[in-house]
Each structure stands twice: as structure tokens, then as C-alpha cells.
Write a protein that binds this ligand. Structure first.
Ligand code: SAM
Length: 238
């Protein structure tokens, strides 16, 4: 996955331009994020680094962005001003441990890559182990495996399963105009929540997406996304 430059760069561009990304995903993150000023942030599965950079713009003193795709990390480095206090690392988020814990752990579309319940538990342990006591976690979890969210037609990505995948089962996400597709796994909110709790997180709360108006998206499309959210946000404390 994330194996061609064409796909990675299209994904990175979409994050900065598509109203679903800028006016719903980013808006929800900004609404739910705690104050990041002078805080250390770990961004797990940082991809092209768009949110790592956002946290720096908001005043984070240090951000570590980790991702297991070499092309994503290269794209993130290429798009990050040299004076931003971000360190990008190519590594697997299932077993990453830093010597210093962070004040905030952020992850966006990370947990839906768990190919087994063991992997899901490992990922949640990475989140918890790298978070300071009383630290804050914000996650974005894809709901594309839940019918009919994967069939909404206004985000330029869609799924193509005939029947909703069972718990923990794989499904594919296609991006309009791209040959490459990605695989995610369909976990229920309950399973995510249990794995986060078992890893030591508390005050776990789920949040629907929020949006602000954009001239590029009709009210009808926003309504479709509110009725069938393609992601949910989850917050917690250590
Ligand atoms: C949909 S992208 C999201 C990127 C970024 N968080 C964002 O919101 O734009 C998912 C990312 O998760 C990364 N990823 C998937 N499994 C991972 C793992 N086990 N460890 C680290 N990164 C992972 C992929 O390489 C990819 O960059």
C-alpha cells in the first residue's frame, strides 16, 4: 500500500484541497484537539504529515510523525518547512516505543489497518505506552466498512464490497482516478474501545464528524456525510 509516487502525491494533494478533508476532517480535529501550545505530540501513521504540520502551526513544541510507508515519509519531509520542529520516522506503529513519552498522541486512519485483534491490541498499546500520564489522545477512525458509509459519493473515494464485511475482515478502498487501492479492516466501535481500554486509556469518548460550510460542497452532500459518517473521532486520556 502507498507504493507509487502518483498515489501518494494525489493523496497528499487531496488532504489540502478536498472540502471533505479541509472542512470536515480537519474541522473536526480542530474542534476536538486539546491545546497543543508548547506540548509534545506523537502523530502515529502521519502519512504526508498534514496534521503534524497543523500541530506545529498551532504551537506544538515538538512533533514526532511516524509511518510505515517510505513514500509517505518522503512526501512528508519534502512538504515540511525545514524550521518546523517535526521529526519523521519510518517505522511500524504496532511496536514503536520512544524513550520520552508525549503529552498528546494523535492518530488518523491508523487503527483501521489492524489486520487481527492482536495487531489492534498492539496498536493501542503503542498509543498508550507513548502517552504521558494524564496525556490526551485524539484519533480518527474510518467507518467505511459500515454500510452505507462506504458508498457515499462525494469524497472521491469509495468501497466496493457486496455485503458489509464481518468483524475484523478486510475490505478495499478505491480512490477516483487512481489505480492503486488500499486495504482496511472492519472493526466495530466496541472492539476499538475495548482495545483502547485494555491498553490503559480512560475517559474514552466517541464524536461524530463536524463540518463548516465550503462553496465546493453542497448541503445535500454534507447531509449525506452526517447521516452516514465515513469516520468517527475518539478521544481519551491516559
Ligand atoms: C489513510 S493514511 C492517513 C495518513 C494521515 N494520518 C492522514 O490523516 O492524512 C494511513 C496511513 O497509515 C499508515 N500505516 C498503516 N499501517 C501502519 C502501521 N502499522 N504503522 C505505521 N503506519 C501505518 C500508512 O502508511 C498511511 O500513511
Amino acid at each position: 500500500m502507498y507504493k507509487t509516487e502518483e498515489f501518494v502525491s494525489a493523496y497528499a494533494d487531496e488532504k489540502e484541497t478536498h472540502p471533505f478533508r479541509t472542512h470536515m476532517e480537519r474541522h473536526t480535529i480542530l474542534e476536538l484537539m486539546t491545546d497543543v501550545k508548547n506540548k509534545s505530540v506523537l502523530d502515529i501513521a502521519c502519512g504526508s504529515g498534514c496534521y503534524s504540520r497543523l500541530f506545529c502551526d498551532l504551537g506544538a513544541k515538538k512533533v514526532i510523525g511516524i509511518d510505515c510507508s517510505r513514500l509517505m515519509i518522503e512526501n512528508a519531509i519534502a512538504n515540511t518547512p525545514i524550521n518546523m520542529p517535526i521529526k519523521y520516522l519510518l517505522c511500524d506503529g504496532k511496536n514503536y516505543r520512544h524513550t520520552h513519552k508525549s503529552d498528546i498522541v494523535f492518530h488518523s486512519y491508523f487503527l483501521n489497518y489492524a489486520a487481527s485483534s492482536d495487531s489492534l491490541n498492539d496498536m493501542c498499546r503503542t498509543i498508550s505506552s507513548n502517552l504521558n500520564k494524564d496525556g490526551f489522545m485524539l484519533g480518527i477512525v474510518s467507518m467505511l466498512g459500515i454500510e452505507p458509509a462506504g458508498a457515499v459519493d462525494c469524497c472521491d473515494f469509495y468501497t466496493s464490497f457486496e455485503k458489509q464485511p464481518d468483524e475484523g475482515k478486510e475490505y478495499e478502498i478505491h480512490f477516483r482516478g487512481q489505480k492503486e487501492s488500499i486495504k482496511n479492516y472492519n472493526w466495530s466501535q466496541n472492539n476499538y474501545e475495548n482495545a483502547l481500554r485494555n491498553a490503559g486509556l480512560r475517559n474514552i469518548a466517541w464524536h461524530p464528524p463536524k463540518y463548516c460550510d465550503s462553496p465546493k460542497m453542497s448541503q445535500e452532500n454534507w447531509q449525506q456525510l452526517m447521516d452516514h459518517p465515513v469516520f468517527l473521532a475518539v478521544t481519551a486520556n491516559k
